[in-house]
Design a binder for this molecule. Sequence first.
Ligand code: DAH
Length: 348
Amino acid sequence: MKSQVEEVRSSFEAEAAEVNSSASLQELKVRFLGKKGTLTALLKSLGSLSPEERPLAGEALNALRDELEQKIEQKKLKLIQAEDAAAEAGDRVDVTMPSRGRPAGAFHPVAQTMHEIVNIMQGLGYSVVQGPEVEEDYYNFECLNMPSWHPARDMQDTFYFPDEGGERKTLLRTHTSPTQIRAMLQYGAPLRIVCPGKVYRRDNDPTHSPMFNQLEGLLIEKEVSFSVLKGSLRELMNGFFGRELKNRFRASYFPFTEPSMELDIECVECGGENSGCRICKGTGWLEVCGMGMVHPSVVRAGGINPDEYNGFAFGMGLDRMAMLKYGINDLRYLFNGNVSYFLSGRDA
Ligand code: DAH
């Protein structure tokens, strides 16, 4: 029996030296300690020994079993550590591991655009305010120098709510400009705010949707000059598009600013190089923003003395900005539920 114990031990040692994975260690364990294992067979044979031999042989075999079990446990620990280290070092790819997956969903391009623009403006010291989408005629038109007879209202026909007595005094706001007045009344001067939000008009064609998004900006301080407005908007455009863009300020008209301007930037698609460009229609310029020095009567309607304070305002279409930045060529893609266009980056 003694020699058999030695034999088992030495064959175990030899085989254990070859083991290099948890799987082959498990096989080794089965070969020696499993139901039909070498050592188990010897333990079973104890019964056939004489009563004198049995205690000694039993002791030796039990000691061997404890020894083998201990060695297997030690080896297992070492192998697991080595395997973990190798996996961490990228030597081993566990193909059975569940994938990390992709986060579902993303910001809508208009929301993303809004966040980017707001971020830049916050860097210039502006705060974000919100105004109601269901607005009063007074804020939307009247105090922005658009009395009921004013022809500028024609461009901003909207949806009205029936009021008592059939008056049309409550409407869906046609632009974010009414928040200028609301913010001035609420916070006073000096003031730097931006207001992003939804606006509504009675338009519905390939380039106009009855609901769209704007961002209004307003700065009220003492002795503000037009150059501050130009500098701020250049900063905003270059920051948003991520590069220095040519720009030009064109004289324009808005009832609530005087003087009024419009900002054009160089075509982000063709840079003015392509006379057949669909984005700038071959002009090389893109109209991005209306603006001007806030009209004194608007400042007054905001409860601020226009002899003491002045400022500028601007308003831009966020949908248009998103389309320009992300190369989206049809406004309707922004509002329908078909995401394949955005996933493929092409017409779907
Ligand atoms: N509210 C104007 C529109 O919707 C855009 C605009 C133009 C806003 C000039 C302004 C501004 O604040 O100064 O067409």
